[in-house]
Design a protein around this ligand. Structure first.
Ligand code: ZN
Length: 134
């Protein structure tokens, strides 16, 4: 059975608001929680300010990780957006992925609006995982 990440509606909307605010640039951030249950969304500035790639601003990322630690939560996801697609991890996402074992969530913009999908990226490849919106 596929592992499934559980996302409360408030967290879903927090991410959506952030990625919409960053259009046309890619937006990014981290998720914290326990196991596969997401409890917190922390947006992080995309240092690249690019529509086709992202790099989380290192100091902000550090502060975000400190926040998780003080809340006794683990990082259990990384999200970013593809304002012009694709819905799946890009070659760069796969090549530059630094967080083995942490789910990657991709928001992509399609004809019918934003689509959210989740993946595990590992050893130059990826596999889709489940998402359950609470
Ligand atoms: Zn990407």
């Amino acid at each position: 059975m596929l592992p499934t990440l559980v996302i409360p509606s408030a967290c879903y909307h927090r991410m959506l608001k952030h990625i919409q605010a960053c259009i046309p640039e890619e937006a990014c951030g981290i998720l914290g929680g326990k196991g596969m249950n997401v409890e917190l969304v922390i947006p992080v500035t995309n240092r690249e300010h690019s529509p086709v790639r992202f790099y989380m601003e290192p100091l902000e990322l550090l502060h975000a990780l400190e926040t998780l630690e003080s809340e006794q939560l683990e990082m259990n996801g990384i999200f970013h957006s593809h304002p012009t697609g694709p819905q799946i991890p890009s070659e760069t996402d796969i090549k530059e992925f630094l967080y083995t074992g942490i789910p990657t969530l991709i928001w992509s913009y399609t004809d019918t609006g934003w689509v959210l999908r989740a993946f595990q990226i590992c050893k130059g490849n990826y596999e889709e995982i489940g998402l359950y919106l609470e």
